[in-house]
Each structure stands twice: as C-alpha cells, then as structure tokens.
Design a protein. Structure first.
Length: 279
C-alpha cells in the first residue's frame, strides 16, 4: 500500500523539531530511522499531515562520564553494536543488539525510535528497565528525565506527549561487580522475540544481589519478575523458575502457557550467564 499524502520538514535542531510538532497540534510525527514508522504509514495505520525528519539534529553520540553511559536518541543500532564504549560499559546492550532486527534495519533504526515506538516484544525497552535507566524527554517546556519504569505506559504507549522528543538515554555504566544476562527465543534470529529476558545483577563471590529480571514479549510492556529475582538471589534457580510471576496472554505467535514455559527456559539460561564473570 501507499501512504496517505503528508508534508515533510527537515528539522535543523532539537528546538526546531519541537516547534514544528507544536505548529501541527498533534498531527505531526517524528521521523528517525523510519524502520517502524514508514511501515505504519504504508499500511495506513497512521496518517500524519507532517513528517518532521530529525536525522539532521545531531544527538547521535555515546559518552561515558562519572560512571554514567549517555546515548543520544539518534544513535543508530549499528553504531551501538560496533561501539567499544558500549561493549565495555554497557555489556547488556552489546548482548542484546545482534537480536534487534536484521542488519539492514539496524543500519537505519535508532535507539530513540525503538524506545519511543515501545513495541512490547522489542529488546531495548526491556534492557533500559533492567539497567534502571532513564530517558530525557524534551518538549515545549524544556527537558525532563523520566525513569524507564515510568516511561513505558502500555501497549505502544509511553510518557511522550505529542510535542515531545525523546532526546537521550542514560543508565549506570557497568562496574567490576556488574553481571548481565540476555536471552530470547524468536522464530528466526533477528525477528521480534516470542519471549525474551534482559537481566542485571551485582556479584560478590558466588552470590548475586540487586537482581533485575525484565521480560519482553510477555505483556503490554517490559515486565519485571520480582518473585523470581528474590529466589535467584537466594541461589535457588529451580525455585526462581517455579516462582516466575508472569501471566502472559495468548497472542498470534504462542499461547500464554507456552510463553510461560519459555520464560522459565530463558531464566535458566540467563541464570548461567549471571553466574559467570564477564570475560
Ligand atoms: C522487519 C523488521 C523487523 C524488526 N525487528 C525488530 C526486533 O526484532 N527488535 C526490535 O527492537 N525492533 C525491531 N524492528 C524495529 C526497529 O528496531 C526500528 O528501528 C525501531 O522500532 C524504530 O526505530 P526508528 O529509529 O526506525 O524509528 P521510526 O520508525 O522513525 O519511528 C518510530 C516511532 O517513534 C517515533 N520516534 C522516533 N524517534 C523519536 C524520538 N527521538 N522521540 C520521540 N519519538 C520518536 C516516531 O514518530 C514513530 O512514531 C524491526 C523492524 C522491521 C521493519
């Protein structure tokens, strides 16, 4: 299908983008990598009167300062996949990135676009929640930081208003005692996950603490498995699987029962990863 007619404007700065969104009173859409947006336009699932292209506004860097990793919203997936700073300071993102779509899509797709789109089966929203990160949301009244856990509101729904731009992402850099784990099951490598799990913990000797297990593909938004976290901290992997506090519903790809079973399989895999120091 072809999209409905729309106007196009290339923003030169972040302020320019916010102004253009404001002038079109909720009837404009930001264009980042276009990897999700263009498909929704072509299928006429959305028909904005204006596309505001933000590819020229910068905001595509990665920095690590004072123990915090900051990534500009326009950083492309491939940039993160190849970044030595991400490999060293954000190993969870490095583990997840090869699972985010296919190489051609990773060449254009951006981290800001992925988080703003908030697909419940996407890897990066779950990673950001597991990392206890936050996003900068910049709008007509300035910039505000929103914790990842408050940013994802529902199915494809976030805390972004119609005139807001997600401008950056921040989370703590991995320390010597940080352990991470990531696993997903998809029909084909690079497809959206049937079920996936992103995890972060702190290690002292053989014991783990501050465990954050965040599932994706099992609900409308990233889901933390609090009871399983507590069991895993006590070193009881079987118990953690039994305690998995998830209630996935059936979808086109699998029943809720199958998803719950797969979540347990992934938990065992990720528990093994968390038990090993990083190379
Ligand atoms: C075949 C296929 C398979 C895919 N598989 C996966 C997968 O397995 N895992 C996965 O995570 N993703 C997958 N994707 C999606 C891909 O990762 C996209 O890059 C991502 O979802 C959107 O990023 P984008 O930069 O292309 O955003 P766009 O498509 O440009 O925008 C998506 C939405 O976010 C809004 N938006 C974009 N940037 C901002 C911003 N900075 N602030 C506010 N709003 C913004 C747009 O207005 C639009 O509504 C797949 C895509 C395709 C086409």
């Amino acid at each position: 299908m072809k999209p409905a007619p729309f106007a196009y404007a290339k923003a030169r700065t972040l302020d320019d983008a916010i102004r253009l969104l404001g002038e079109h009173k909720g009837d404009a859409k930001l264009l980042a990598g276009g990897q999700s947006l263009i498909a929704t336009l072509n299928m006429r699932l959305s028909s904005p009167s204006l596309l505001v292209d933000i590819n020229g506004i910068g905001l595509d860097g990665v920095s690590v300062k004072d123990g915090v990793v900051e990534i500009g919203a326009l950083a492309r997936h491939v940039t993160l996949e190849r970044s030595s700073d991400i490999a060293k300071h954000a190993p969870l993102i490095a583990l997840a990135m090869p699972h985010v779509a296919h190489p051609a899509i990773r060449n254009r797709g951006t981290i800001g676009g992925s988080l703003a789109y908030a697909d419940p089966a996407a890897e990066l929203p779950a990673c950001l929640v597991a990392l206890d990160g936050e996003v900068d949301v910049t709008g007509p009244n300035g910039k505000r930081a929103v914790k990842a856990a408050d940013f994802f509101k529902g199915l494809f729904e976030t805390a972004l208003g119609a005139h807001d731009v997600l401008s950056a992402i921040r989370f703590p850099a991995a320390a010597a005692d940080t352990r991470v784990g990531f696993a997903e099951l998809a029909r084909r490598h690079g497809d959206y996950a049937l079920v996936g799990l992103a995890a972060v913990a702190k290690a002292k000797g053989k014991s783990l603490s501050d465990i954050r297990l965040v599932y994706f593909g099992v609900g409308a938004l990233p889901v933390r498995a609090h009871k399983a976290e507590a069991a895993l901290a006590a070193g009881a992997v079987d118990e953690a699987v039994k305690m998995l506090d998830l209630d996935p519903s059936d979808d086109l790809h699998a029943s809720g029962t199958v998803k719950k079973h797969l979540a347990g399989v992934l938990l065992r895999r990720v528990a093994e990863q968390l038990a090993e120091p990083r190379a």
